[in-house]
Design a protein around this ligand. Structure first.
Ligand SMILES: Cc1ncc(COP(=O)(O)O)c(C=O)c1O
Length: 418
């Protein structure tokens, strides 16, 4: 039986609500039975799962440690202080708020600190890889602020810093946001800081994707450059689903008040405890090795996909992210990202589509965080690229690939012995 939380607790759930228990077991089975290549996903440790499934889930705790609106918080206060102190040490930040319920909540709070409705904000456009919270008309950000978008160079796929500076000078934004859901290269935070200073703007780094690599020393740290860093604690960082904000001492009080009481009320103490566990794990040499292996795997995957005929955006990757266009596959067998994703799903390879630096078509976005947690290395990445290509080109028998994918995933169980 896969590790889900306390085995006894699972047994009790099975007796009480077999229907829902089956759903949980079915999902655990699905995760272990294929290749999870969604760039934002990972497998948290049994210790993180234990904290998430703990009685801290019962506790109401509005406010901050030592200053709560509810009684009985003296023990959960310890958990929150541990999470904050561990994150401060991990990222070298003077202040960390670990209460944000998600990455989006963290961005909302950062905007609440630095902006007023109607202010102009410069961020990566959604068509180039910006997040919903970077100005989508369907999101509060696009409704309440006046977003101006920078893109990526259609040829190289890289951020054009000259374009960012020109837009900043033309529009004089109150804040500039750097961060993306799919940009596979390191972001030059020093250059963004320079542009922000040039026009008197605040700099917000939305490091939801690379923050786990930062923890493991495999990506540059935005903390010294940005006024506020927003991040998620899931993804490569391998903690529970949630958000956090990191900033200097001068914004500490305003960031805390922007999270509670401005945009949230009760903190989720079980999640905060799980964040503390994940930060503890991320501070170990094993996690440093993991973060570097994530990048090494992504580089092999990108090179192997390129060898198969995919157009690899930016020509490679510095991170866990690989974005490719399947359309140029040879002999007219290339397809668009949506068709490719559907074919791959039936072969047990789960991934997302993404925007491409050019045109209207969709590409594929892959990430190596989850498969690396499972223990896969360069050899497996090279094989995955071959399987992926064969399925997208419709050149391989999908049932045979599904079997090979299953066998590969079973050799690297996410919860060994579970
Ligand atoms: C750059 C960026 N910002 C914000 C978020 C939002 O995170 P959440 O889904 O936890 O709200 C994401 C999630 O993928 C992201 O990639």
């Amino acid at each position: 039986m896969p590790v889900i939380s306390e085995p006894d607790a699972l047994e009790a759930l099975r007796r009480q609500d077999p229907e829902l228990a089956e759903v949980i077991l079915g999902e655990a089975e699905r995760q272990a039975d294929g290749l999870q290549l969604i760039a934002a996903e990972n497998f948290v440790s049994p210790a993180v799962l234990a904290a998430l499934g703990s009685p801290l889930a019962n506790k109401y705790a509005e406010g901050y440690p030592g200053a709560r609106h509810h009684g009985g918080c003296e023990i959960v206060d310890v958990a929150e202080r541990m999470a904050v102190e561990r994150a401060q040490a991990l990222f070298g930040a003077a202040h960390v708020n670990v209460q944000a319920h998600s990455g989006s909540s963290a961005v909302l709070a950062a905007y609440a600190v630095l902006l007023r409705p109607g202010d102009t904000v410069l961020a990566m456009g959604l068509a180039a890889g910006g997040h919903l919270t970077h100005g989508s008309p369907a999101n509060f950000s696009g409704r309440w602020f006046d977003f101006v978008s920078y893109g990526v160079d259609p040829e190289t796929g890289l951020i054009d810093l000259d374009e960012v500076r020109a837009l900043a000078r033309a529009h004089r934004p109150k804040a500039i946001v750097c961060g993306s859901i799919s940009y596979p290269r390191h972001i030059d935070y020093a250059a963004f800081r320079d542009i922000a200073d040039d026009v008197g703007a605040h700099l917000i780094a939305d490091a939801a994707h690379p923050i786990g690599l930062v923890a493991g020393g495999a990506a540059p740290n935005p903390v010294p450059y940005a006024d506020i860093v927003c991040a998620t604690t899931h993804k490569v960082l391998r903690g529970p689903r949630g958000g956090m904000l990191l900033c200097g001492a001068e914004l500490a009080d305003r960031v805390d008040r922007a999270v509670f009481p401005f945009t949230q009320s009760g903190a989720q103490m079980h999640t905060i405890a799980a964040k503390a566990v994940a930060f503890g794990e991320a501070a170990t040499p094993a996690f440093t090795g993991y973060a570097h292996q994530v990048v090494a795997n992504a580089r092999v995957l990108a090179a192997a996909l390129e060898a198969e005929g995919f157009a690899v955006t930016t020509g490679g990757t510095d991170t866990h992210l690989v974005t490719v266009d399947p359309a140029p596959l040879g002999d007219g067998v290339g397809v668009d990202g949506r068709t490719a994703r559907g074919r791959l799903a039936s072969a047990g390879m789960v991934l997302d589509t993404c925007a491409l630096p050019y045109g209207e078509g969709r590409g594929l976005r892959l990430g190596t965080a989850a498969v690396t947690t499972q223990g896969m290395g360069e050899t497996e990445m090279a094989r995955i690229a071959v399987l992926l290509s064969g399925v997208v080109r419709d050149a391989f028998d999908v049932r045979a690939v599904r079997e090979e994918v299953r066998e590969l995933a079973r050799r690297f169980p996410p919860y060994p012995g579970g």
